[in-house]
Design a protein around this ligand. Sequence first.
Ligand SMILES: Cc1ncc(COP(=O)(O)O)c(C=O)c1O
Length: 411
Amino acid sequence: MDASIRAARLSTSELMLLQERYGTNHYVPYPIAMAQGRNVYLWDLDKKKYLDMNATYSAIAVGHNHPEMNQVLIRQLNKLTSVSNMFLNEHAPILLMELCKLTGLDRAILMNTGAEAFETAVKAVRRWAYRKKGIPAGKAEIIVATNNFHGRTINAISASSEEKYRQDFGPFVPGFVLVPFGNSNALAAAIKPETAAIIVEPIQGEGGVNVPSTDYMCEISELCAKYNMLLCFDEVQTGLGRTGKLFAFEHWLIEPDLVMLGKALGGYVPISAVVGKDKVMSGFTPGSHGSTFGGNPLACAVALKSIELITRFDCELVRNANETGGYLLRKLTKRLELNPKVLEIRGRGLLIGIALDPEELSAADARTKLLQCGIVAGAASNNVLRLSPPLTFTKTHVNLALPRIVCALTT
Ligand SMILES: Cc1ncc(COP(=O)(O)O)c(C=O)c1O
């Protein structure tokens, strides 16, 4: 690297030039360089302050720059960050146990990203299908829902209904059957003897914050039991408190066979996990799956602290997500119900979507307007503005944000 560039403190516009010249266009960043975070706030290089209502796409649960998280990171950095998986490390087995206790499931496997959790889940399901259910080799099918988001790998986009994720990336991986999200009759009609599992987000995040009905969730659980299919929840976004329960599936008192976690599990560093029943997870044999960094001691130490903070004081942060999220939803509904640009406001806990009329305002433009008012929000599919602040967000923060959101969506 050019030493003068490395030593220099580049301005936002200089950084933007480098990004545009040397980066690819898979993200089109705003000309804003975030430089500092603390709890629910971010500061850019020019010291402008923002209220973070995106939390790195729901990953930052405990707030930015949490002193206890930093302490764990620094302590582990000074000891050991990664080591060959031919050895144990002092954190991974404890994390596996914690994940099993929290979910009520039997075994877990550690990976790095949400997309890898999905890959891992698909492999676990297929092994179970051939070795336990007796589906003929190569024939297993997995039912997935329209508007899903399981990541950007070829496998994940093969399961996707979104053309923008798939265009010119084929050929795709066979074995995924798409049915409309929330429609259990369509799901029942898609079941065949070769169907191994349904993989679904209990509440869709990227797909537009779509909350299914209780009937749907109970029916898919019953169908899985009836037809010996695995019920698998992608809780990469919803898991660990986001929706006001530790896991979103708890809203419906149903019991999954497998759960995928990511994002908030590490928050500060990438780590993901798949946790499942013994009958599914025991399919992994030596060499059948793995990842160099999966379960590294740094990420595991951080994940253990993350879990500790999220579940501390009888899950205070989870209860806060429920209460503050409910407050935010009620206030937004009251202030925006007569706004012609707003079609619907929905969500659970601190995962809230404001569905906008595309004729009136695009979610991307709404996000830009909010940014100008000092609020970082997300734009999900189907023209939905997505609010997912850290779980430390309080009613005071809601009261700060509300007039700015209302103003940005009104003017
Ligand atoms: C439900 C769900 N699954 C998987 C992923 C992919 O996670 P990652 O971006 O860490 O690969 C996401 C990311 O938004 C997600 O929301």
